[in-house]
Design a protein around this ligand. Structure first.
Ligand code: BTN
Length: 257
C-alpha cells in the first residue's frame, strides 16, 4: 500500500490556501463526483482528495476512466474559484503537472499529458455553484506504471518510463503545491502568460490533426486564450471548445511505429 505524504503536502499548501485539507479514501466512485457532491451540499473548503481506487472513474466527454490501484495516481482538488476568464484552465493545469513531473512530458490540447505519442495522464475540470459561489473540481489521473491497453487502440504511457522510481505518492508530493500556485496565478492572470511555455511542450504543433467534428488542418499553436489554432483549407480556425477531441494524423519522426 502507498504511504501518502499528506502532512508534507498540507505543510506546503495550507499557507497558500487557508482551510486546506488532504484526504485519502481507499475507495470511492469518483473523486470528482465526491467533491462535486460535497460542494453542492455546501462543503466548499479547499480539499485534495486522493482515491486509492475508483469504482466509477470518469474521463472527459462522458468516457470512463480506468485505473489500477497503486499503478495510478487518481485525485481531485476542489476549491472556491472565480477566475475572470476560465479559458485555458485545463492547459494551465497540464503545464503545471508536466513542469512538476518531467521535462520531456508533452501536452496535447486540451487536457492530456503525453509521452511518445501515448497518453500518460488526463485532466477533468468541473465546476459547481454553491451558495452563489463558484467551486472548481480539478480531477487528475496519471498512469504511474504500465498497464494493459484495455480496449484502447494504443497502450497508455506510464510515468515510470520517464522516471523509473516514480510512485503515486512521490508524484503527488511533487505536483501538489506547484499546482495550487498555478491555480492562484491563473485566477489573477489567465492563460496568456503561460502560452509560450505550453507551446514548448505542445505535441500537436506543426502536425496535421483532425477534430472529433471532422475538421482537419495543421495545428499552428495556441491563441492567448488557449484556443487551438488550426490552418484548414478554408483558412485559420480557432477551436475553443474543450468538448471535442483532437488526434494527430501523422506520426512524429522518431516515434515508435
Ligand atoms: C480524461 O483524460 O478524459 C480525464 C481523466 C480524468 C481522470 C481523473 S481520475 C481522478 C478524477 N476522478 C475522476 O472520476 N476523474 C478524474
Amino acid at each position: 500500500m502507498e504511504r501518502w505524504p499528506a502532512e508534507s503536502i498540507w505543510e506546503q499548501v495550507a499557507p497558500l490556501l487557508p482551510g486546506f485539507t488532504v484526504e485519502v479514501l481507499p475507495e470511492i466512485d469518483s473523486s470528482n463526483t465526491e467533491l462535486l457532491r460535497r460542494a453542492r451540499a455546501g462543503r466548499t473548503e479547499p480539499t485534495l482528495l486522493v482515491a486509492e481506487r475508483q469504482t466509477a472513474g470518469r474521463g472527459r466527454l462522458g468516457r470512463p476512466w480506468q485505473s489500477t490501484v497503486s499503478d495510478s495516481l487518481t485525485f481531485s482538488l476542489g476549491l472556491p474559484y472565480a477566475p475572470r476568464d476560465w479559458s485555458g484552465l485545463s492547459l494551465a493545469v497540464g503545464l503545471s503537472l508536466a513542469d512538476s513531473l518531467h521535462p520531456d512530458i508533452g501536452l496535447k490540447w486540451p487536457n492530456d499529458l503525453w509521452w511518445q505519442d501515448r497518453k500518460l495522464g488526463g485532466i477533468l475540470i468541473e465546476a459547481a455553484t454553491a451558495g452563489g459561489q463558484s467551486q472548481v473540481v480539478i480531477g487528475i489521473g496519471i498512469n504511474i506504471r504500465p498497464r494493459a491497453a484495455e480496449g484502447l487502440s494504443t497502450p497508455p504511457a506510464a510515468l515510470s518510463e520517464l522516471w523509473p522510481e516514480a510512485c503515486a505518492a512521490a508524484a503527488l508530493l511533487r505536483l501538489s503545491a506547484p499546482l495550487v500556485r498555478t491555480l492562484l496565478d491563473f485566477e489573477r492572470c489567465g492563460f496568456a502568460p503561460l502560452r509560450a511555455r505550453f507551446e514548448a511542450r505542445d505535441v500537436l504543433r506543426g502536425r496535421t490533426v483532425q477534430t472529433s467534428e471532422g475538421l482537419q488542418g495543421q495545428a499552428l499553436g495556441l491563441s492567448d486564450s488557449g484556443a487551438l489554432r488550426l490552418l484548414t483549407s478554408a483558412g485559420e480556425h480557432a477551436i475553443h471548445s474543450s468538448e471535442l477531441s483532437v488526434r494527430p494524423l501523422n506520426r512524429q519522426h522518431g516515434d515508435p511505429a
